[in-house]
Design a protein around this ligand. Structure first.
Ligand SMILES: [Zn+2]
Length: 58
């Protein structure tokens, strides 16, 4: 994965499964320290991740 901010390839990706079984990826760039979230290849704002985490199990 490439950092969309600085273009470096030194991005770590951590997969997390939220309470409602939604899987999101937390990404962090070693070079510029940008951090972002991904779900199904789409970047998410932190608030959107928190909203997903709050949803009750269906
Ligand atoms: Zn970067």
């Amino acid at each position: 994965m490439q950092c969309s901010t600085c273009g470096a390839n030194s991005v770590i990706e951590i997969e997390l499964t939220l309470a409602n079984d939604t899987t999101v990826n937390f990404c962090s760039c070693h070079k510029c320290e940008t951090q972002w979230w991904n779900r199904d290849g789409e970047s998410l704002e932190l608030n959107a991740v928190l909203d997903l985490a709050r949803k009750p199990n269906s």
